[in-house]
Design a protein around this ligand. Structure first.
Ligand SMILES: Nc1ncnc2c1ncn2[C@@H]1O[C@H](COP(=O)(O)OP(=O)(O)OP(=O)(O)O)[C@@H](O)[C@H]1O
Ligand SMILES: [Mg+2]
Length: 458
């Protein structure tokens, strides 16, 4: 396995090696020439100063002081020649160049040229850096200056540096190899932890959490993985609940259907009236099952993330009238009066079929919870940026305690009340449709005061 930690380690080492190679290249390969150029510049500058001092005819003691200074500072030998090539002054007893060496350089300088040379003395066999200046006054060459500094000391410095550099390189490589190893482990450890957590999750254990120790990208990844597993856990929990609820809800109608069907099969002397009653129950319970299945299908479609609203502009009043028509059978049965009030025929941009379902469920609930001969009010109000729809009944109302639960799936208040044949899905469907529309919605109710359900769409 080519792991990230090995790659990281290799990369970091490669970086150190590159840096070392660059330093080596500059220090060792160029150090000598850098060093010489540096000294050469210094000598040239000092030489020029000296020449201008001579040209200015400075007093002799000052010039001699300068000679001594240069000797101390740069270990520089200085010889002063006449225009004819005769030594007139030297700050050492023996001149720098003598014999055959002298002719070449001195002649050049006397001709008026500046001379710079790394030069091997014939006499001692040692190398010197040499610069020579002509001294010109009133366009006439009056003297020549030759300065030299031994190269042996430079060479020694470079050698020392090289040795030090080798030692430093070795230490650096060793230290960086260890540090790179520690760093790469440090960076890959959380990745490995996240990986093993994700594996455990994939195997079905959703309670696992990755420790979040840092605030960097890896910390963020850990937090995301934790969030993911929490979400999955929640979904898993909901799924279990849903299956439990659904099977529980299906049990009652199915056992009723089965019971009555068996009675009709096994009991011979059933009166026609009884038969009719039992068949009606079978049909009612089948309808209930059918409705429930439709609701569950709706709800699961709404709650899956793929809910796509089919928006269009439509008249909210048309929708309310359609719902009223569909429910005529029940309102007439209970002798209920539905009053619709509005200021204008508002048009909204929403999913028409689903908004109709919202209104249907709310009105249906209002009918369920209304006493016979009472009224249900449907109001359409214009808000600043939305259209508000209210469905109000004069029924028994909802207690504060159950208020938070009525929107939950399968929640039915007063479960014992035989009046309520619903499955507790109506408001859950309302909620998910309105949430998909990003609409505001709510309920105002109190026991004995009726209930007012409302929502606001654009
Ligand atoms: N207008 C209302 N007045 C009083 N209680 C209500 C009203 N509307 C809803 N509720 C309460 O909220 C609960 C949940 O309502 P919901 O519409 O979700 O389910 P349901 O009517 O029992 O069944 P379903 O609508 O699925 O046939 C109801 O059981 C009832 O107790
Ligand atoms: Mg309902």
């Amino acid at each position: 396995m080519k792991s990230i930690s090995i790659k990281l380690w290799g990369l970091m080492l490669a970086l150190v090696f590159t840096a070392l190679a660059l330093i080596w290249w500059f220090q060792i390969v160029f150090l000598e020439s850098f060093y010489f150029t540096f000294h050469e510049k210094k000598l040239l500058k000092e030489g020029n100063n000296l020449v201008s001092m001579i040209q200015r005819n400075e007093e002799q003691y000052k010039i001699e002081e300068k000679f001594d200074e240069l000797l101390l500072k740069y270990n520089a030998r200085i010889d002063l020649y006449t225009a004819k090539g005769v030594v007139i002054y030297s700050n050492e007893r023996v001149p720098v160049i003598m014999g055959r060496d002298k002719d070449g350089f001195l002649m050049d300088i006397i001709k008026g040229n500046k001379v710079i040379s790394a030069f091997k003395q014939n006499r001692t066999g040692s190398s010197v850096l040499l610069v020579g200046f002509p001294v010109v006054r009133d366009n006439i060459l009056t003297a020549a200056v030759i300065m030299s500094t031994p190269m042996a000391s430079l060479k020694a410095t470079v050698e020392t540096l090289k040795e030090q550099f080798v030692i430093i390189s070795l230490i650096l490589i060793a230290v960086s190899a260890i540090l790179a190893y520690i760093f790469s482990k440090y960076f890959t450890k959380p990745i490995l932890e996240i990986n093993s957590a994700a594996k455990t999750m994939a195997e079905g254990n959703l309670s696992i959490r990755v420790p979040v120790n840092t605030k960097d990208e890896l910390g963020m990844l850990s937090a995301t993985i934790n969030h993911l597993s929490a979400q999955l856990q929640k979904i898993e929990q909901l799924r279990k609940e849903l299956i439990a609820n659904v099977s529980h809800e299906f049990k009652t109608p199915l056992s009723l259907i089965k019971g009555y069907a068996e009675t009709m099969r096994d009991v011979n002397n059933l009166s026609d009236e009884k038969k009719g009653k039992q068949l009606n129950i079978i049909i009612e319970e089948s309808d209930r099952l059918n409705n429930m299945i439709n609701d569950i299908l709706d709800l699961s479609q709404m709650e899956s993330d793929y809910i796509k609203l089919d928006r269009s502009n439509f008249s909210i009043i048309d929708v309310i009238e359609a719902v009223r028509n569909r429910l005529t059978f029940y309102t007439e049965n209970k002798n209920l009066n539905i009053e619709v009030s509005y200021e204008a025929d508002y048009s909204v941009l929403a999913d028409e079929r689903r908004i109709e379902q919202v209104i249907y469920n709310l009105v249906n609930n209002a009918i369920d919870h209304s006493e016979a001969k009472s009224s249900i009010f449907i109001r359409i109000l214009e808000q600043e940026a939305a259209i508000r729809v209210e469905v109000e009944d004069q029924g028994e109302g909802i207690s504060q305690e159950e208020m938070p639960y009525i929107w939950d799936r399968f929640y039915k208040a007063r479960e014992s009340s035989s009046k309520n044949k619903g499955s507790g899905l109506g408001l859950a469907i309302v909620k998910s449709i309105l949430e998909a529309h990003k609409a505001n919605f709510g309920v105002e109710s109190a026991i004995g005061k009726g209930s007012k359900f409302w929502f606001e769409i654009r």
